[in-house]
Design a protein around this ligand. Structure first.
Ligand SMILES: Nc1ncnc2c1ncn2[C@@H]1O[C@H](COP(=O)(O)OP(=O)(O)OP(=O)(O)O)[C@@H](O)[C@H]1O
Length: 252
């Protein structure tokens, strides 16, 4: 495939994602998303809000190309993602640019040491760059003293920080985070919120923890209990709309 088909090579493209009428049903028929229409522009910081089971994790997996919609159209930089992901070169470029941190990310950890875990996604760098990048991210996430430890021996919060280090070390352009502060202590939570605020990358962060919502982005997308987008607008407006929060089980 020629380079002009690879994600990231269209300089005129500002719209990263375009979703039209996207629906997801899991095997067995459980509906997770209904008629989702959404555009995400490069550099946007989006907070994805909604109650348990409304489809936040599913939407992040759709954006990461892990779950194909059963209805509707999903495009990344103007290309239909389903067919594009079948192209190995396109997929590799896409995976390098777009990173998803799962809600329970420990499942991602499988290397014998913390250092190897962080270095795992850096295969495209030289040995020396890999070592330096690994050290930088271990320092940033307070893991420098654990580089030789097996990931299985880390605490829940340390595992969460390691998962973040693994995800951030390759320096992706699009970051999809599912409840990223769930296991983090206040200092690491503060660090992550401040760090995210300084980044130019596109972020979509799912949370139902409203107090950090306005630190996580400027645009809120609220999924309702019927798995549809019920609000798409400024975070501040969403948080000020008591009726919206009550109707969607985000406040009581
Ligand atoms: N693998 C699966 N198989 C069947 N149903 C699933 C699967 N994963 C999720 N679901 C269902 O899809 C719906 C949306 O789930 P999802 O995990 O996307 O919600 P969520 O908004 O992230 O929830 P939470 O805030 O509780 O993490 C739920 O009803 C859930 O039970």
């Amino acid at each position: 495939m020629s380079a002009d088909h690879h994600p990231g090579t269209d300089p005129t493209s500002q719209t990263l994602y375009a979703l039209t009428g996207v629906a997801v049903r899991y095997p067995g028929g459980r509906v997770a998303l209904r008629e989702v229409d959404l555009q995400i522009t490069a550099g946007e910081r989006i907070v994805l809000l909604g109650t348990n089971g409304c489809g936040k994790s599913t939407l992040l997996k759709v954006l990461n190309g892990l779950i194909p919609p059963c209805e509707g159209r999903l495009c990344f930089e103007g290309k239909r993602m389903g067919p594009a992901l079948r192209d190995r070169d396109w997929e590799r470029a896409f995976r390098r640019r777009v990173a998803l941190m799962f809600q329970h990310p420990e499942a991602m950890l499988f290397n014998p040491t913390v250092a190897e875990e962080i270095a795992y996604g850096l295969g495209h760098l030289t040995r020396e760059s890999r070592r330096r990048r690994c050290q930088t991210w271990a320092n940033r996430l307070g893991l420098a003293h654990l580089l030789d430890a097996p990931p299985s021996q880390l605490s829940g919060g340390e595992k969460q920080r390691l998962c973040l280090a693994c995800l951030l070390a390759p320096e992706p352009e699009v970051l999809l985070l599912d409840e990223p502060t769930a296991n983090l202590d206040p200092r690491t939570t503060g660090w992550l919120l401040e760090w995210l605020a300084t980044q130019a990358m596109t972020t979509v962060v799912a949370t139902h923890y409203l107090p950090s919502a306005s630190d996580l982005g400027e645009r809120a997308i609220v999924l309702g209990e019927d798995h549809r987008v019920v609000f798409d607008g400024p975070v501040k407006a969403a948080l000020a709309d008591r009726a919206l929060l009550l109707a969607n089980n985000l406040a009581y």
